[in-house]
Design a protein around this ligand. Sequence first.
Ligand code: PAF
Length: 277
Amino acid sequence: MQILRNRKELDHLFARMRKKDLQVGLIPTMGSIHEGHLSLVKKSTQNKFFSLATIYINPTQFNDKEDYLHYPREEEKDIEKLRAVNCDALYFPTQEEMYPKGLKSKKTVDEFRNILCDKFRPGHFDGVTTVVESLLRTTHPDHVFFGEKDFQQLKIIQSLCQRLKLNIEIHACPSVRLRNGISLSSRFNNFSENDRKVFDKCAYQINLLITKLKNDIDAVSLSDFKSILKQRGVKKIDYTEIRDEENLSFSNTCNKSRLFIAMYVGDVRVIDNFILY
Ligand code: PAF
């Protein structure tokens, strides 16, 4: 796996690679690599794309400074994990390369806004779309891979690519889940021992809820469910909502719908979504 520390090294690699007529599959990450990220790399290599992972902890998408400062950073381990799944190259963009005009974000996408995470993390998605646009323009991939765990992010990035008329195929990949049923997240590295216990109890309740919803959605009260999570030790709940997976509008059926959850276990924000059909 080639490790690229700046744009010059990246361009040099592309010059050699384009001659071989390889398609590039981009896997953008903020590091702290887990099985979810690795599944994206594997998908790209299975398709015989030249798999380029990036690690950049993007300051503008953190609406909370403490969250940015405590975001897990594990460069050596990340390199080993990516190497082990035969990732072809790993690029660490510099801040100047991602933000040539200074560290600020712009609003490019209006769809899927003011709901779910956008309501609770002002500016977050502008930070995401700003850095993703920069990454796409510097690495000009043919394919890009995202996990469905961050479902609203995925929708917004799909809109971004349409808006910018970028001819890039977006691959939406299913979440990789822990044994308790919750999608893996880099943030789980920050759990305390007690957080893990609370997390497992909540996971159990979430699985129960999904079974009940699939059985008879009209018999379920989401506000009762929130109280149960609080009793199990959840610090704060941003949302528990059922929404249509196409347009993210509220849904009262399981058809084409998902349960969306965002909650705090200790100081760790846990987000996930669950297919209900
Ligand atoms: O999902 C993530 O890890 C980040 O939001 C992304 C897409 C790499 C942009 O920083």
